[in-house]
Write a protein that binds this ligand. Structure first.
Ligand code: GAR
Length: 672
């Protein structure tokens, strides 16, 4: 199958006033990739374009032109040497020059790049360059908003800052103002001014061309899934400056307006349509498509994916596979509860006797396969355990429970860690806490999740131990050659509370002491991710799609996930009868309250009321319930301000009260 190609040459106009080292770095970057085309294409193309194997398939080209407002600027010499078309234009004439020469006949540029252009652009020029469509970028040698204006490096150095760096941002009407795309920081430590300047320039030359490339070649993204988790992911991706177009597979009616829907009967049809639409990245929310090999199908046709392939989805699909994975590095195994694999009743007897002889607590019964979150049973006695084992082996969950695990029961604090894995590097979100039981105080049946907050309330010692565990996990994934790009969710239990709270020295504690893995999932937790996404520091340029793009290029770095000093809460509103037999079809009202309380809503079990057309103007009054979990209400607050945190929870609960539908249920103790 052939993917639709866009052959358009992207046009970049660079404005610079000085030495032009950034200009040259940008030109060389595209030249080295074999993507640069010149004004005098006939003579220059063969001379300059190197085509290595990776680039032969690339259809995109980049054309660069330069304007300098300084007659003797070195950047003009560089342009001459590099065979780039250039103009010297006095600043006062810039507007007319752009109108009459450069932007004539409606031929604008795809991106305007300020690279050491020492002027604030007046509104008329900003308008000409379509700044409101985010077409102008600037690089600045400080951590904006600090040290705006000229001589930023010297001023930061003189002020004795401990940290500085580089900021790339869209340009608005203010001096060095506009949405931040990337902010790279480093410690100044004992650097001289010259060394600091060199370090900043080297960083600029690395990040600026990469960001320009991402802005020129934006991505078409397809988000698969129709829950609140997928709504949150789609919402974040829709805000990304690196998005070309958002497509949705199986969204619910509450967020289908965020993108273009791809309808399909089966995965073959989905793949065909995705190729027709030129999808670059498929982001998969739920686990079922991972188990069914959707990733493998898309990868085979060259579409990148965020989600595990069929082979590695087994880490979630089979508890036995997960146990074997954890034991894989014998010298340094990942800690998990002692267990026995059981295929029949005599083996169940034997396993239970083993735990009894050990003097262990009554063990846990787990179906090997996926049983939609219901396959774990906590028996009250050994007799109860045997009865449950029999039921499971008799096929209570079909094939999923024909094999079971009988597993030592652990006690402690449970936390969820969402990690991103690009095939080489593992990067994690802070620990999150979810509320699995239906009722307050963790009573009632297990559910898909009634709420969450992040980060979890854990001590620095516990965090250190979790970090050690995550190093082990990264190492195990590497050793086992985990060749996928996606999410690894570790369901952990922290068992060693005694040492945690007695104030002993963290350095003397075993690396991952007391950190045990209860389960792996291979997708983002719902509702944990709704809270965790709130923590991403968009003000520092931490963009979810940008991270996904880096993952698909195997370029994920530990510093890519940047977090605000915030805490986020998520409350699930569900329908009466959930989780067994939820009521459906109740009209939802009061959604306007969300704005008043600064909350976000991510929809799950909702659909348009009958007789409502998709183009309904009154979207917020058009929805009815259509499932167990109806929506997530999310709000975050500054972590260092306890009053703000209390207010955030209050806001969520006031919103929950004002949203009305028959049969509404929710927990009252989230975050408390
Ligand atoms: C760069 O350090 C850039 O960040 C800065 O001018 C220098 C140009 O160097 N820009 C600003 O200060 C914008 N306010 P170059 O001419 O060698 O590329």
């Amino acid at each position: 199958m052939l993917q639709k190609q866009c052959l358009k040459t992207k046009r970049v106009l660079i404005l610079a006033s000085g030495d032009g080292s950034n200009f040259e770095a940008i030109v060389k970057y595209f030249q080295d990739k074999g993507l640069l085309v010149y004004d005098d294409a006939k003579t220059s193309l063969q001379k300059h374009i190197r085509c290595d194997v990776a680039d032969k398939t690339s259809q995109h080209k980049v054309y660069i032109e330069l304007i300098s407002d300084k007659k003797d600027a070195n950047v003009l010499k560089r342009a001459h040497r590099l065979n780039i078309k250039y103009h010297y234009v006095e600043f006062n004439n810039l507007e007319t020059f752009l109108q009459n020469n450069i932007l004539k006949k409606g031929q604008g540029f795809d991106l305007y790049v300020l690279a050491g252009f020492m002027r604030v652009l007046p509104k008329q020029i900003l308008d000409l360059m379509e700044f409101d469509k985010n077409k102008i970028v600037n690089i600045h040698p400080s951590l904006l908003p600090e040290f705006k204006g000229k001589n930023a490096i010297e001023r930061a150095f003189a002020a004795g800052v401990l940290k500085t760096g580089v900021t790339v941002h869209f340009v608005d009407e203010n001096l060095d103002g506009g949405k931040i795309l990337e902010r790279c920081a480093f410690e100044v430590s004992a650097l001289s001014l010259e060394e600091l300047e060199a370090k900043i320039h080297a960083l600029e030359h690395k990040i600026y061309p990469e960001i320009i490339e991402k802005l020129l070649f934006k991505k078409n993204v397809l988000v698969f899934g129709g829950g609140a988790r997928e709504h949150a992911l789609a919402f974040k991706i829709a805000l990304s400056p690196y998005l070309a177009k958002l497509y949705l597979a199986k969204p619910n009616d509450g967020f289908k307006n965020l993108g273009k829907i791809i309808e399909f009967k089966d995965y073959d049809e989905l793949l065909r349509r995705a190729l027709e639409c030129g999808i670059d990245i498929l982001v998969i929310g739920p686990e079922a498509p991972l188990f069914e090999g959707l990733v493998d199908m898309f990868n085979a046709e060259g579409i990148k994916t965020i989600g595990a392939n069929k082979a590695w989805a087994r880490l979630e699909e089979s508890k036995i596979f997960a146990k074997e994975f954890m034991a894989n590095s014998p010298k340094n195994p990942i800690k998990t509860a002692d267990y026995r694999v059981v295929n029949n009743i005599p083996e169940a007897d034997e396993a239970l006797n083993y735990f009894k002889a050990k003097g262990a607590n009554v063990p846990v019964i787990k179906a090997d396969g996926s049983a939609l979150g219901k396959g774990v049973y906590l028996p009250s006695s050994y007799d109860d355990a045997l009865m449950c084992a029999k039921e499971y082996l008799d096929g209570k969950f079909g094939d999923a429970s024909r094999k079971i695990l009988i597993e030592e029961r652990l006690f402690g604090i449970e936390v969820s860690i969402m990690s991103l894995w690009d095939g080489n590097t593992l990067v994690s979100f802070p620990p999150a806490c979810d509320y699995k039981r239906l009722l307050d105080d963790n009573k009632g049946p297990n559910t898909g999740g009634m709420g969450a907050y992040a980060p979890s309330k854990i001590t620095p010692v516990q965090q250190k131990r979790i970090d050690s565990y995550l190093k082990k996990l990264e190492c195990a994934l590497k050793i086992c050659g985990a060749n996928f790009c996606g999410v690894v969710y570790s369901g952990l239990i922290l068992t060693d509370s005694s040492k945690v709270f007695d104030g002993c020295d963290a350095a003397n504690i075993d690396a991952d002491n007391g950190v045990y893995v209860l389960e792996y999932n291979m997708r983002f937790g719902d509702p944990e991710i709704q809270a965790l996404l709130e923590l991403l520091d968009d003000g520092a340029g931490c963009d979810l799609l940008d991270i996904f793009i880096k993952m698909t290029q195997k370029r994920l770095c530990k510093s890519d996930l940047k977090f605000k000093n915030a805490v986020a809460y998520c409350l699930t509103l569900a329908s009466k009868g959930y989780p067994v037999c939820p009521e459906k079809g109740a009209e939802i009202s009061g959604l306007m309250a969300v704005k008043k309380h600064n909350c976000k809503i991510y929809f799950a079990g909702v659909k348009y009321k009958q007789n409502t057309s998709d183009s309904s103007l009154d979207f917020l009054n058009s929805l009815a319930t259509n499932g167990g979990r109806v929506m997530s209400i999310v709000r975050s607050a500054d972590k260092s301000n306890p009053e703000a945190c209390i207010e955030a929870i209050l806001d969520i609960y006031q919103t929950a009260q004002k949203i009305k539908y028959d049969g509404k249920i929710y927990r009252k103790d989230i975050g408390k």
